[in-house]
Design a protein around this ligand. Sequence first.
Ligand code: ZN
Ligand code: ZN
Length: 131
Amino acid sequence: MANIQGSCLCGGIRFEADAIDGAGSACHCTMCQKAHGGPFGAYVTLDGVHWLQGEELIAEYRSSEHCSRTFCKTCGSTLEFRDRRKPEHVSMAISALDGDHGGRYGYHIFADDKADWYDINDGLPTYPAGN
Ligand SMILES: [Zn+2]
Ligand SMILES: [Zn+2]
């Protein structure tokens, strides 16, 4: 049985994964702010992702030349960040994971673009752009 479970807000999309691959990132770029509806996007890399149901509900928005973001067509929940140059690399919004999964972000990126209404003060490594 997979260790990691996840779903969207409406529950139409469900997935599982074998493991979380290390600490994730908190991305403060303006695209992540818009896509997540919050001060930053928090992602972890998942190994061995299997969609259990609702794959037909996954919509994909191409947000830049090489990258796209997926979300649920029904409830709008943010799911993956996909990079065509790294198709095997699955970045999933930590908010999509359920239960006691243990996923955490370990550093901040694109801090130069961060929201004025949010202060980074957790002491984690912070990078002005990508890492
Ligand atoms: Zn949904
Ligand atoms: Zn971002």
